[in-house]
Design a protein around this ligand. Structure first.
Ligand code: SAM
Length: 287
């Protein structure tokens, strides 16, 4: 059994990152805090209990997940207001990152409660650091919508962002999402990170079109995945007239004149009106 640290914790809320696979990926300070707090709020008590047992920690757990958060938050706030120490963990990685906690942290801050975080694993950052893609400027975009129309719309909005994109995805939707990305994001380098820190950890890196074709041909991979999409390979300034023409012809194979122009405007930042005029001309030449 892990002994409790001798120094007393300051009352408040402790946001604690936990492993994303390998149960030993947890900091010494996180273990000290988890063994000292009055209670640990967690998504799945059985899952968190297994982690705590592995590290010899006995603790009182409170379920706090997306289905009971509205109901549990006032009770947790009341405990904090009475001077308790409370840790918040999620099933994996850093709480609040596509996991519960944001509203609780906001409420605690607004109520003048001491809030601190114990940093640690995050699937988003681990995937970024091993992707081999630019890490100086990135955007974490969470999960894409599950349905194609909404997903393509979301991707259209992300297309013009001049930064590496980090996306969580279910392995069942990986092939469909990559196909939509290949259609909407243009030429990019990407990486698919799977089962990080676990036995079958795998990184597949390459060109977006090639990886979309690859995952379209195989059955859905097992486990958990993160997709890292490199920034647009060309900016409007680097594009020649010929590049623009080629991409428009490509887009017009599947999209209407209006959609092709909007798509390329999102990808490049070029004026939609000019692209529309070009697309009309190309379509006229084809007819
Ligand atoms: N808060 C967590 C974090 O900071 O890593 C993320 C929680 S989110 C609900 C779960 C998603 O994270 C999964 O669907 C997957 O996209 C990604 N993920 C979590 N662990 C992973 C792992 N070991 N390997 C690959 N992706 C992982």
């Amino acid at each position: 059994m892990r002994s409790k640290p001798t120094s007393k914790l300051r009352p408040g809320l402790y946001i604690v990152a936990t492993p994303i696979g390998n149960m030993d990926d947890i900091t010494l300070r996180a273990l000290d805090v988890l063994s000292s707090v009055d209670r640990i709020a967690c998504e799945d008590t059985r899952h968190t209990r297994r982690l705590l047992e592995r590290h010899g920690i006995e603790a009182r757990l409170l379920p706090y997940h997306e289905h009971n958060a509205e109901h549990m938050r006032p009770a947790i706030m009341a405990r904090l207001a009475h001077g308790e120490t409370l840790a918040l963990v999620s099933d994996a990685g850093t709480p609040l990152i596509s996991d519960p906690g944001f509203k609780l942290v906001r409420k605690a801050i607004a109520s003048g409660i001491y809030v601190t975080a114990l940093p640690g694993p995050s699937a988003a950052l681990m995937a970024l650091t091993l992707s081999g893609l630019p890490s100086d400027k990135f955007m974490y975009a969470g999960f894409l919508p599950p349905k194609t129309t909404a997903r393509r719309k979301a991707l259209g909005e992300l297309a013009a962002i001049d930064a590496t994109l980090i996306l969580f995805e279910s392995p069942r939707r990986l092939a469909a999402s990559l196909a939509d990305m290949a259609d909407t994001l243009g030429q990019r380098d990407i990486a698919v990170a799977r089962e990080m820190t676990k036995l079958h950890e795998e990184f597949v890196r390459g060109d977006l079109a090639a990886l979309a074709a690859h995952y379209g041909e195989i059955s859905a991979p097992k486990g958990e995945v993160v997709i890292i999409v490199g920034p647009p390979l060309s900016s409007a300034a680097d594009l020649s007239d010929e590049d623009i023409e080629t991409r428009l012809v490509e887009l017009l194979q599947t999209a209407s004149v209006r959609d092709a122009a909007s798509q390329l405007a999102a990808e490049t930042g070029l004026a939609r009106r000019d692209l529309y005029a070009r697309a009309v001309r190309i379509n006229g030449e084809k007819a």
